[in-house]
Write a protein that binds this ligand. Structure first.
Ligand code: NAP
Length: 257
């Protein structure tokens, strides 16, 4: 018996990076997983293929082990469709991982309304919309919501005021919704990673060169993270191992604060 046998999970932004690792870790513990993506169908299909090719059962052999569903989670109509399709295929939801997010560093003089709204629309509004729709599909036994925040919510580095503010908002949302949803036995926790090597951090230049060396020099464990450093914590928060834990923020950053 695996920790998540019979559970259904939606992981937003799971076509690559941290979300893909979380989807694979949840599936390895027995969950059936919806791999959400915005534009990278190929990436999402690859994650589904990796999950299904490793075999395993959902506890109900008629159900698929993983499916990909496209939806821009910053848009209400697309979020509604994501959960309607999930319900049609799996009939319920037990675990929601709010991972989809963007990050762009800009200095104060370069902040635009577009930069602000792009970050807040996905990182904060998107997370609220998916949670609002997702909880409608949780059963009477409750479930687990895992928000992917960041150490920047408290570290707040220079040229990251907008992104850091979105993640500080995520921490506040986590604590507030833990209280609001506790009576329904829906637990809400966040994972706050440090710099993790992903497609996104490569594109942003964060996981490369001098910046990477500087981060590693400040990190007690001497390295940046890999996506597989995050997945096991998501399994912990999704499973009964954390049955009496809600409203918490877990920093996974090699000790960097
Ligand atoms: P990534 O490599 O850039 O991947 C981002 C994922 O989010 C992709 O699957 C992407 O889908 C999806 N996505 C983007 N916009 C979306 C939208 N509007 N609707 C649905 N999905 C969308 O990112 P990552 O580095 O793994 O980061 C994932 C999360 O961890 C983010 O919330 C980020 O803030 C947080 N985080 C990352 C780090 C780090 O160092 N990597 C550290 C702390 C926190 P497509 O590929 O289809 O566009």
């Amino acid at each position: 018996m695996k920790k998540l046998d019979g559970k259904i999970a939606v992981v937003t932004g799971a076509s690559k990076g941290i979300g893909a690792s979380i989807a694979k870790h949840l599936a390895a513990e027995g969950a059936a997983v919806v791999v959400n993506y915005a534009s990278s169908k190929e990436g999402a299909d690859r994650v589904v293929e990796e999950i299904t090719s490793t075999g395993g059962k959902t506890g109900n052999s008629l159900l698929p082990k993983a499916i990909a569903i496209q939806a821009d989670v910053s848009k209400r109509a697309e979020v509604e469709r994501l959960f309607t399709q999930t319900q049609q295929v799996f009939g319920k939801l037990d675990i929601l991982v709010n991972n989809a997010g963007i990050y762009e560093d800009v200095s104060l003089e370069d902040i635009t309304e577009e930069h602000f709204h792009k970050h807040f629309d996905l990182n904060v509004l998107g997370l609220l919309l998916t949670t609002q729709q997702g909880v409608k599909h949780f059963g009477s036994e409750g479930g687990s919501i895992i928000n992917i925040s960041s150490i920047v919510s408290t570290l707040a580095p220079a040229t990251s005021s907008v992104y850091s503010a979105t993640k500080a908002a995520v921490d506040a949302v986590t604590k507030s919704l833990a209280k609001e949803l506790g009576p329904r036995n829906i637990r809400v926790n966040s994972i706050n990673p440090g710099v993790v090597e992903t497609e996104g951090t490569h594109t942003a230049g964060i996981a490369l060169g001098n910046f990477r060396k500087q981060v590693e020099a400040q990190t007690p464990l001497g390295r940046i993270g890999q996506p597989q450093d995050i997945g096991p914590a998501a399994v912990f928060f999704a499973s009964a191992d954390s049955a009496w834990i809600t409203g918490e923020t877990l920093h996974i950053s090699g000790g960097l604060r």
